[in-house]
Design a protein around this ligand. Structure first.
Ligand code: ZN
Length: 137
């Protein structure tokens, strides 16, 4: 594969993650990136995601009951919202509640990270504009 083609695939994957309203599964990334880089294969997407993670450009979001999701790094601290209707996982960038880093908890535990997952119905689904095709891959 030419370097140029590989660069284009990387750019397409990064753009898909940048434009997404929340973290995406590898399948969704492939779907979105394929518009820019037609013929993008599954293995290529995984390989690119691994490389982008090693470079610190992409991070993995592990949520209970979900396959690994990916998001671009540097989105700042944010929590996630999972819609029970359409299955999308969305970023909540402005929602800053949680336990601040460095907080000492009873028992002497120090908080070093805090990630919350909220669930419910997303705005699109509530307003009738959501996708009703079931859980997104
Ligand atoms: Zn929804």
């Amino acid at each position: 594969m030419s370097i140029r083609r590989r660069t284009r695939q990387r750019e397409a994957i990064l753009a898909a993650l940048r434009d997404a309203p929340g973290p995406l599964s590898a399948a969704r990334i492939r779907e979105a990136a394929e518009r820019e880089a037609p013929g993008l294969g599954r293995a290529t997407v995984y390989r690119a995601l691994r490389a982008l993670r090693e470079e610190g450009l992409v991070s993995v979001v592990e949520l209970p009951g979900e396959e690994p999701l990916y998001e671009s790094s540097g989105r700042g601290e944010h929590h996630h919202f999972r819609c029970r209707t359409c299955g999308r996982v969305l970023d909540l960038p402005g929602v800053l509640f949680g336990v601040p880093e460095g907080t000492l908890l009873p028992g002497g535990h120090r908080v070093e990270e805090c990630s919350l997952l909220l669930g419910g119905s997303c705005g699109d689904c509530l307003s009738g504009g959501g996708r009703t095709t079931g859980r997104a891959g």
